[in-house]
Design a protein around this ligand. Structure first.
Ligand code: GLN
Length: 285
């Protein structure tokens, strides 16, 4: 039988040798905590105790998944976003901390404009992280979530139920199509925006995520162009569109919005200080 300490040491070494994880010792600890159902503090307190057989077997299975480049979030089955745990698996993109910029930008706008009960649409919702977060932060809002992937919507539905977001509706379909007859104060989206070239350079673990959620056509902007056109027609005159994209695309995305009839655009930086979210508002009638 192996102790907590020897199990962690061996797993950390294997992950380092595989050259995969950015933080092999943390990953090893998190996996062992998950199989032993303990916190990191409790794990430290058991440093020299043996890992029970059943936990040891489950740990071995998780470790081999990690060594095969499966993201930690898929192995653990969750990722934290804006302070809440979202269930994630291979059906959906894993929420990134950078996407919290989208939440902050939309919440600030809603507050500045004193929107008491905004109608919000989250397009290409995936796990539902963006739309469900807004629904929970703004209990008087009504939030429509759309995704082209039926299996992604299953995950979003599960997250909405687990987190108790009753003020949402889910629709399957391409970008804004399923909500074309509705009207919104806010449209938010973290759509697929990588170019096929960028995608060919992503880390091995990103390749485990749905390609559909990452690549935005030949130049990365195909979905964004459709989304801007769709958003313009479902937004109320005073409404605003918030789109996440890559820092290299923000200026072009702002130009796309302007060409499409958004008189004003604004770019927000992410946690790393890089341009990340573009807002369009002031729709010309
Ligand atoms: N930021 C993500 C990445 O670089 C891409 C997310 C997206 O395409 N929406 O992996």
């Amino acid at each position: 039988m192996d102790t907590v300490s020897s199990t962690l040491a061996r797993a950390t070494r294997l992950m380092k040798d595989a050259g995969l994880a950015d933080s092999p010792s943390l990953d090893a600890r998190l996996l062992l905590c998950a199989v032993m159902d303990v916190s990191q503090e409790q794990l430290l307190a058991r440093w020299h105790t043996e890992v029970p057989e059943e936990a040891s077997q489950r740990f071995a299975a998780m470790l081999s998944a990690r060594l095969a480049a499966t993201p930690m979030a898929y192995i653990l089955g969750w990722r934290e976003f804006y302070g809440r745990r979202f269930h994630v698996d291979e059906r959906v993109l894993i929420p990134r901390p950078d996407t919290e910029t989208l939440i902050e930008a939309a919440l600030a706008w809603i507050q500045e404009h004193s929107l008491e009960a905004p109608d919000i649409a989250d397009i290409c919702t995936g796990s539902g992280a963006v739309g469900i977060t807004l629904a929970l932060e703004l209990p008087s809002s009504r939030v429509a979530l759309t995704d082209i992937s039926a299996s992604a919507l299953e995950v979003a539905t599960e997250n909405a139920m687990r987190l108790g977001a009753g003020n949402i509706r889910l629709y399957q379909g391409d970008v804004t199509e399923p909500v074309a007859s509705e009207s919104f104060d806010i449209v938010v989206s973290n759509p697929p925006y990588l170019t096929p070239h960028w995608y060919s350079h992503v880390e091995a673990q990103v390749l485990k995520e749905p390609r559909l959620a990452l690549v935005g056509g030949d130049d990365g902007l195909t979905i964004i162009r459709r989304l801007v056109v769709g958003a313009r027609s479902v937004l109320a005159p005073e409404g605003a569109l918030f789109l996440e994209c890559d820092w290299r695309q923000c200026d072009e995305v702002a130009r796309i919005m302007e060409r499409c009839g958004f008189a004003q655009t604004w770019i927000y930086n992410d946690l790393a200080g890089r341009p990340r979210v573009v807002r369009g508002n002031g729709i010309c009638m």
